[in-house]
Write a new protein. Sequence first.
Length: 231
Amino acid sequence: MTTPPTNVPPTNVPPADVRPDDPPATGWTAAVRRRAVRTLPPDQLLPDYQPSYVASWIYVFGMLSLTALIVVVGTGSWLALAGAAWWHSSPVGLFVNSLHLWSVELFFFVMVIHLWGKFFMAAWRGRRALTWITGMVAFLGSIGTAFTGYLVQQNFDSQWISTQARDGLNSVGVGAWFNVLNTGQMLLWHVVLLPLVLGAIVVLHVLLVRLRGVVPPFEVAAPAAAEEATS
């Protein structure tokens, strides 16, 4: 049996300059820490228990959407670092580009199922309206991000999409700020601006889910109560 070293201080003993009878810290860092712990309790951010109804498949599609989004961000970052010539000429680049595309397709597939599932479950119940709103905004933002991604493919598809979308955007008066024929502008929208906004909304959505919990299913009336209600 080995003896622990004596020069290592125990971890459960406060520092020598802090005594139990000292008043609580009043600095701004202590105030921020207390506010953060009060707003985002660690036991809710990283729970080790979930209700039994979470085992239903309808609750899986939200996590699948988040997983697909992580793959989208990872492959997109790889493509941005290597450049356009790499994903057009290199076999590895073509594979990563295809993986990026199909992860986007998978993201929208599971995202739509998640969206409609939560709609029919009335996911805004129980003070969860902001959770539902952030999810909807994230879905709409992902559409814009995917649209700008199609515009920077540098092929005939992107040319056709941009020319068809130009007249529509000009008709609503946003063509002066959102020039779909400018590949550099669309690339910045797709790689920098929209992903940052979308990522912030997704993080807020996940935090709200952790804080307020997933929406429970509708309660089923007991057979006796149902018979009394119909009689």
